[in-house]
Design a protein around this ligand. Structure first.
Ligand code: KIV
Ligand code: ZN
Length: 383
């Protein structure tokens, strides 16, 4: 049975770049956009053209330089924004508008000081207007995660009728839990009569640490596009991270879903984005953290050295990491120490190893992490 294709919509350069201190200049954005194309994402959200001349220019330059991937620009459901996005994407070979308006009562009442009826009218008229520039229109009911599901269904049906081709169910505040979000997607798929004319997309924020779990629940309930950022960067606690969702689908063939991502490019691009955006990746971050393929306790190290899969569910080379590492600490055992010494060219008898191991434990209690220089010292070799 052939797998369902999941479209990967990357918003590192828009939702990710909104993070304070992460701003990139146009050249840097073009460089990342080219890397995202090589990574195999289906859509690159390149920016929010009305927000600043710099962002407008970045969308123009990315459109000129990235010719295979769909280039998308964000707008509010406002004529002026849509015009700007239309201008910025003029040269794009494949272009998409991402437009939308708040759908939850809390947004309608406090942000727009409006009513459901007026917001719905604005949603419809903006999508109709956008057809002047675009065939491919993605609509986001903002804060859909907290919106009344019947009103949301009405909005989704109306904007599809008006010409929207992708519907982005944004959990803007990261409020949902997986069952809730999955049920919302299922409800829309089962109750919006024209839903077959659009692709349903998931866009989840990580305020409760559930962005990836919620996105997966959305996909399992029929969504076919997932919105992500490299390293999970994004507003507040961030967005669903590309590497997590892609590797979940990779590690679980029974889910029967696949993406176009060249997984070997994941870690190199993660490092580049982290460096350029000045945004360190936590060491224990799934897939791309420095510790993701590092084994440190004696029991794990022994098992790993006997058979990699005892403690690894992903082959590091699949995500572009050269090799797993065996970190030497006071929790390490003889197998790990013997392995690391062997890598440096030393082999000792069992009895010699006993003496070295005791010296090693004393050193490790003091130094915490033992490096190669420490091992040379340990075996009395002055390198
Ligand atoms: O989180 C959100 O609601 C967004 C929209 C602009 C899609 O980023
Ligand atoms: Zn967002």
């Amino acid at each position: 049975m052939s797998k369902d294709k999941i479209y990967v919509f990357d918003t590192t350069l828009r939702d990710g770049e909104q993070v304070p201190g992460c701003q990139l200049n146009t050249d840097e954005k073009v460089e990342i956009a080219k890397d995202l194309e090589a990574l195999g994402v289906d859509v690159i959200e390149a920016g929010f053209p009305i927000s600043s001349p710099g962002d407008f220019n970045s969308v123009v330059e990315i459109s000129k330089n990235v010719r295979e991937t769909i280039i998308c620009a964000l707008s509010r459901a406002v004529v002026m924004d849509i015009d700007m996005a239309g201008q910025a994407l003029k040269e794009a070979k494949r272009k998409r508008l991402h437009t939308g308006i708040g759908a939850s009562d809390i947004h309608i009442k406090y942000k727009f000081k409006s009513t459901r009826e007026k917001v719905l009218e604005q949603a419809i008229s903006s999508v109709k207007y956008a057809r002047k520039y675009f065939d491919d229109i993605e609509f986001y009911p903002e804060d859909a995660g907290r919106a009344d599901k019947d009103f949301l269904a009405k909005m989704v049906e109306s904007v599809i009728d008006a010409g929207a081709t992708v519907i982005n169910i944004a959990d803007t505040t990261g409020y949902n839990i997986p069952t809730m979000y999955g049920d919302k997607i299922k409800f829309l798929i089962n109750n919006v009569p024209n839903i077959d004319k659009a692709i349903v997309s998931v866009h989840c924020h990580n305020d409760l640490g559930l962005a990836t779990a919620n996105s997966l629940a959305g996909l399992q309930n029929g969504a076919r596009q997932v919105e992500v950022t490299i390293n999970g960067i994004g507003e507040r606690a961030g967005n669903t991270s590309l590497e997590e969702i892609v590797m979940i689908l990779h590690a679980h063939p029974a889910l029967n879903m696949t993406t176009n991502i060249n997984t070997k490019n994941i870690v190199p691009l993660s490092k580049k984005v982290s460096k350029m955006m000045n945004m360190p990746v936590q060491r224990n971050k799934a897939i791309v953290g420095a510790n993701a393929f590092a084994h440190s306790s004696g029991i794990h190290q022994d098992g790993f050295l006997k058979h990699r899969e005892t403690y690894e569910i992903i082959n590091p080379s699949d995500v572009g990491v050269e090799a797993s590492s065996i970190d030497l600490t006071a929790r390490s055992g003889r197998a790990a120490l013997t392995h690391r010494l062997k890598l440096l060219g030393y082999e000792f008898t069992k009895i010699e190893m006993e003496t070295i191991y005791i010296k090693f434990l004393n050193m490790a209690d003091e130094k915490k992490l033992i490096h190669d220089e420490d091992l040379y010292e340990l075996v009395g070799d002055k390198k």
